[in-house]
Write a protein that binds this ligand. Sequence first.
Ligand code: GDP
Length: 301
Amino acid sequence: MSNKQIRNIAIIAHVDHGKTTLVDQLLRQSGTFAAHEQVEDCVMDSNAIEKERGITILAKNCAVSWEGTHINIVDTPGHADFGGEVERALSMVDGVVLLIDAQEGPMPQTRFVTKKALALGLRPIVVVNKVDKPGAKPDAVINAAFDLFDKLGATDEQLDFPVVYASGINGWSSLEEGEPGEKWGESMAPLLETILRHVQPHEGDEAAPLQLQISSLDYSSYVGRIGVGRINQGTIKPGMDVLVMEGPDGRTAKGRINQVLKFKGLDRMMVQQAGPGDIVLINGIEDIGMGVTVTDPADPQ
Ligand code: GDP
């Protein structure tokens, strides 16, 4: 898969503005996911593991496939208590979707994450959600989003954000206010198309030495610790020997990758190879830690 066929996004939303419902629709409509119940099951499973193992799993990522493009959706903790987590999650993405309730407008609790995203140079897409509500006032919400971005130091390019109107619960989105668009019928296609068009694929040379920073951790009783991160450059394969570096002056250790997996729906699938832009889960390195960089032993970056 070329990096042109990958998009990595985070969805920033205030609680109750409809993120779970919207992501569920994306999963269903892209054919990566069957039943709504499984969403909750999976979320609960990871929480149970989190408690059991004492490993913080804040990033519940998933991926949808659209027109041959793999879209990773990275979860971001909703509020400021998780400063480091937010930065790490955002370091894996190339664009953000700010999902806003069409009646309530942007909420102060999402300011922190939005500010971080803007400061990292990420371009926002605004989704005005729940436009089916009688009290919806999309224009006012878009203006409030503009003012918020402006206050938070957005560039002109970031202020020139695309807007998608959505009713996540009814499974449709539109580029025009009020109605599901004619072209795609009642579907999430307008949102998915907007993501493909406005989020830049990650640039990186697949022939360069491997550079993969671990941005979150997971655990499985079968394979032990799992490191999650986006490949900046190079190629990773199962069975590969690597160097694990803890920061520029930190400890360096040798390791061997066991499996390489990617997100698919809310599941993970094993792959034989992954390259620049791919968000991967790797296991086999027992004490892999947050923030370490996995590189080629021959040519550490
Ligand atoms: P989250 O906390 O952001 O993940 O929000 P949820 O997806 O759990 O939704 C919160 C509430 O809003 C639930 O009661 C949903 O049924 C409702 N909801 C979600 N999307 C829509 C929508 O498009 N329109 C309306 N009217 N309600 C919605």
